[in-house]
Design a protein around this ligand. Sequence first.
Ligand code: NAD
Length: 363
Amino acid sequence: MSKIAVLAGDGIGPEIIAEGLKVLHAVASKHSLTLEFTEALVGGAAYDATGHPLPPETLTLVQQSDAVFFGAVGGPKYDAIPDPNLRPERGALLPLRQKMGLYANLRPCVLYSSLAAACPLRPDLVEGGFDILVVRELTGGLYFGQPKLWEGDRAVDTCVYTREEITRIAHVAFKAAQKRDRRLLSVDKANVLETSRLWRETVTQVSQDYPHVALTHQLVDATAMDLVRRPQSFDVIVTENLFGDILSDEAAQLTGSLGMLPSASLGSGTFGLYEPSHGSAPDITGTGKANPLATILSAALLLRYSLGAEEAARDIESAVTHVLQGGFRTSDIMEDQNCNHVTCRQMGDLVAGAIMRDNDAPG
Ligand code: NAD
């Protein structure tokens, strides 16, 4: 029995999580997996109910679970909370990552060939699609380094990395690259930053454990350019927290929509937190326009990384590919009128249906 904490959160969170659960139930029944789901409050919803975005009972549930299936948190209503530590992202998501030791954020950025027209780049640059995995260090760097302060006309953020922090994320990235095309690009700013010089030296040292993975280094500004110039040249990218945040959003845009991008946050064991890369999308909440595929693909990552259920994970991914090939699109990926427009719920039904029918014709 695998225990999964379900934290839907705010905005479109509950809508997309409902579709993710629908798909998980379908795949669990097909593959005879025993999954126990327990829901808890997080983010603005938790703040409204308890006065804190990460109540102790939610944290306890998470600590007793094998994985967390997370929707999204935040919204305009909560931006005005005076104490920044009680705002949904800073008060719930960041502490969850830190308390659970989730130092590695994996973001697969895949352009499906059937969605190539949704990519903002010239068609000849992305013909046939691409498949990039961004591995972002999640608990160090500028986001957490001390001192961090704002005094009148002066503000300070501090970037700190230790050799140990870099070593462990480098191992995650090399292991991921070993299972893919065995090419790892380490991204830094070693011409300017001391933390980047340590980063480069450490990643190079770790590479000795992975002789079959080709390691290259690149400055972050050059990587930002190459992502839009030749996205098909990448396999796995590993980088520190801030650069990873920016580069993964850039790569995300190339896949057509934030609504397509899953993510996994992992620590040293098999525990992980799985969530779409996007936020709570208050502008489309309750309209049926939310694309649940990022959440559904995050469910596949949960099965792969926390439960070791690779076949079930692939089943979800091929069902998604199949439904897209069938021309079904939520509003955000509607590239032309020949596609079949579907709502969030209909998209979940299609993917769950394709799983149950072994990916025969959807719809
Ligand atoms: P956002 O990702 O919520 O939305 C950006 C744009 O993408 C919006 O136009 C939205 O409609 C669209 N979009 C996002 N997800 C979509 C989906 N699944 N299907 C279709 N369209 C989708 O980012 P934002 O507007 O900057 O932030 C909104 C709130 O979410 C803020 O309160 C922010 O703090 C929070 N946020 C939370 C997380 C998280 O929970 N991990 C991450 C980022 C932002």
